[in-house]
Design a protein around this ligand. Structure first.
Ligand SMILES: C[S@@+](CC[C@H](N)C(=O)[O-])C[C@H]1O[C@@H](n2cnc3c(N)ncnc32)[C@H](O)[C@@H]1O
Length: 283
C-alpha cells in the first residue's frame, strides 16, 4: 500500500500518546545518556537572556528545559509536543525543576501556531524524521524564526550504529512477527544519510548548515532492564512482541541477546552504543 501521510500522522500520534507513560517513567535514565545531544543542540542555538526558544516534539521536555535556564531573565521557552500526555510530562518536569519562564502547548510540528519571525531558536531532539511531512515542518520552523535565528535538531545515524534499537526490529521482522516497514514511511532512521538532513534544511531556505555526529552510551543494569525499557518506550515493539506466543518471545529474546552479547560486562550490566546526527542552521 502507498504511504498515506494523513493516516500515518493520526496513527503515529495515537502511538505516542500511548508511549508517553513509559517516556515519563524512563525519563531520567534516557536523559542521562542523551545529555550530550541536548548540550550540542543548546550550544548550536546560542541561547541568550531574553530569547524566545521553541522546542518541537519535546516529549518529556528535557532539552528545552536546559535552554529555559539560559534565556532567563526575560526569555521564554515554548515547549510543545503533538500529544497532550507528553506536554503534561514536560510541564511536570519544569515544576520539579522550579522553571517559571516556560509555556507548554500541544502543537503539531507541521503546523507551528506562532507568528512569523517571532523566535530566536528552535530545537527538536529526535523529532523531525518521525513526522509525516518533515519538509513542511522545517519550512514552518524557518517561518517562525527571525532572520539569523537558529534551528538545531538530531536524527539517528545508521541502524548498525544503533543496534540497541535496530536489532529488536530486525529480529522481529525475521520472525515474520511484524509487517516489513514501508520504506517511504517516516521512521527513526529516515535521516540516516546526512545528505537528507542537508537537503531538507536547504529546501526550507536555511543557510550556514552544520551536520556532525554525537556518540552516546545507554547504560543498563542488565539486558532484561534494557529490554523492559525498550518495550515501555516503543509501542510498535511492544505490539510486535505482544503478538508472539510465549515460546516465540523466548526465541526472540535469545536471538537478540546473542547479537548484543558483546555489549555485556562480566557483572551482566550492558553498555549499548548509539550514534546520532546533530545539525544546525540559520534562518
Ligand atoms: C523520539 S520522541 C523524542 C522526545 C524528545 N524530543 C526527547 O528527545 O526526549 C518523539 C516525540 O515526537 C512527538 N511527535 C510525534 N509526532 C509529532 C508531531 N506531528 N508533532 C509534534 N510532535 C510529534 C512524540 O509525541 C514524541 O514525544
Amino acid at each position: 500500500m502507498r504511504y498515506d501521510p494523513s493516516a500515518f500522522r493520526e496513527q503515529s500520534l495515537d502511538r505516542w500518546e500511548c508511549a508517553a507513560k513509559g517516556w515519563g517513567e524512563h525519563r531520567a535514565v534516557f536523559q542521562a545518556a542523551a545529555q550530550p545531544v541536548s548540550r550540542w543542540l543548546i550550544d548550536a542555538i546560542s541561547p541568550q537572556p531574553g530569547h524566545r526558544v521553541l522546542e518541537l516534539a519535546a516529549g518529556p521536555g528535557d532539552t528545552g528545559l536546559l535552554a529555559a535556564e539560559l534565556i532567563a531573565p526575560g526569555g521564554t521557552l515554548i515547549s510543545t509536543d503533538g500529544v497532550q500526555a507528553m506536554v503534561d510530562l514536560a510541564q511536570a518536569r519544569a515544576a520539579e525543576l522550579g522553571i517559571e519562564n516556560a509555556e507548554f502547548r500541544r502543537m503539531n510540528a507541521e503546523w507551528i501556531d506562532l507568528p512569523a519571525a517571532s523566535l530566536d531558536g528552535v530545537i527538536a531532539r529526535w523529532g523531525y524524521m518521525l513526522l509525516a511531512d518533515p519538509a513542511t515542518a522545517l519550512s514552518e520552523t524557518r517561518r517562525v524564526l527571525r532572520p539569523g535565528g537558529r534551528v538545531a535538531l538530531s536524527a539517528w545515524t545508521d541502524p548498525d550504529d544503533n543496534r540497541w534499537a535496530s536489532v529488536p526490529q530486525e529480529e522481529l521482522a525475521s520472525m515474520g512477527a511484524v509487517e516489513p516497514a514501508d520504506p517511504d514511511e517516516p521512521n527513526m532512521f529516515a535521516f540516516r544519510d546526512p545528505a537528507t538532513i542537508r537537503e531538507l534544511l536547504e529546501q526550507a531556505g536555511f543557510t550556514e548548515i552544520v551536520v556532525e555526529q554525537v556518540d552516546i552510551v545507554w547504560r543498563y543494569a542488565s539486558l532484561d532492564d534494557w529490554w523492559d525499557t525498550q518495550l515501555d518506550l516503543s509501542t510498535g515493539l511492544a505490539k510486535g512482541v505482544g503478538a508472539l506466543a510465549p515460546a516465540r518471545r523466548d526465541d526472540l529474546r535469545d536471538a537478540i541477546d546473542a547479537r548484543l552479547a558483546e555489549y555485556l560486562a562480566a557483572d551482566g550490566s550492558a553498555e549499548l552504543p548509539g550514534r546520532t546526527h546533530v545539525a544546525s542552521a540559520s534562518a
